[in-house]
Design a protein around this ligand. Sequence first.
Ligand code: NAD
Ligand code: WQD
Length: 338
Amino acid sequence: MNVLVTGGAGYIGSHTCVELIEAGHTPIVIDNLCNSSAKSLDRVREITGTAVKFYEGDVCDETALEKILSENAIDCVIHFAGLKAVGESCSIPLRYYENNLGSTMTLCRVMAKHGVKKIVFSSSATVYSGDNEMPLRETSKTGNCTNPYGWTKYMCEQILRDIAKADPEWSVVLLRYFNPVGAHKSGKIGEHPNGIPNNLMPFISQTAIGKREKLSVFGDDYDTHDGTGVRDYIHVVDLAKGHVAAISHAAKNKGEAVFNLGTGTGYSVLDMVKAFETANDIKVPYVIAPRRPGDLATCYADPTKSREVLHWEAKHDQTDMCRDTWHWQSNNPNGYDE
Ligand code: NAD
Ligand code: WQD
């Protein structure tokens, strides 16, 4: 299939381009590079031997989308483009609503005009309400989001669900990611957050390489096996393969479907620190710090539905996640910058 990948120069998007190419599909990328570098797509070419057609542009820009859908026979869209920093979304909420909702609505309008009615959307475990029992199933309660970023994902899901309800020709696949980590085993593509990392794994790897003095472990008094927060970390290559499965599902099914992309296993912050130290034979200095506001003690998926319906399951383990993160970090200490 010819797959329009919005936000395809980003962390998950670039890994998905690799897996799409390896599965025989043709990714066509639009990205405004607000949180990425086009060099990621050069690296995708180095890994796969295939150049990715790239349009630098904004998904909120109808004219830019018109041009792409006129020039390419798109079969399906994977919509990664979006702003994703939880803290930033609390300080500039309007920017988050404009970008994440605006891009989704403009994209769907232009798709419908061109008769392209298959979309896979990057949603998040953050749409689940904090008062659910674990593990989280697709039927668990959603809403009560704790930040504007989470609400944008919740609202985009609703917009897409309503589109699928109004026009039975649409196929909408909502993928709720848990905690993506790791990098391609080549060490050529990976995650390089701007500034101080918000997420655990980039903070661990930047501490290991000496860019950060020490990791702050946010709370050691949660009701978990060692008191630190437990999450469902998933290797980004497994996540990327989940998108290949999702476009096959969209090609064969109409209507709306939602899937968790997680492993079903939770690891604590200290489990991850120890696994990283062991896998890479390197120390990660840390201190125990106060809890981070808004954090849950525990969050992990029930991935049964993805396994049974998408025929997808995560294959990489915690050691792979830690080894591949470090391989990318140590080969590219400044990300895609020279
Ligand atoms: P990322 O920032 O690396 O990728 C997003 C890409 O979208 C970037 O390349 C950015 O430049 C681009 N972009 C943003 N707004 C755009 C616009 N209006 N037009 C064109 N391009 C635009 O982030 P990622 O981690 O690869 O996340 C991809 C998607 O998955 C996002 O929608 C994110 O919310 C979602 N998600 C991420 C995580 C995570 O922890 N990484 C978890 C759940 C969901
Ligand atoms: C993981 C664990 C922290 C940093 C976030 C978003 C979510 C989704 C994924 C997009 C927690 C602890 C972290 C640090 C720490 N993104 N931690 N020290 O909070 O589960 O999810 O990213 O959709 O929406 O909220 O991930 O990596 O920030 O934290 O102790 O410096 O690591 O308290 O227990 P989180 P995270």
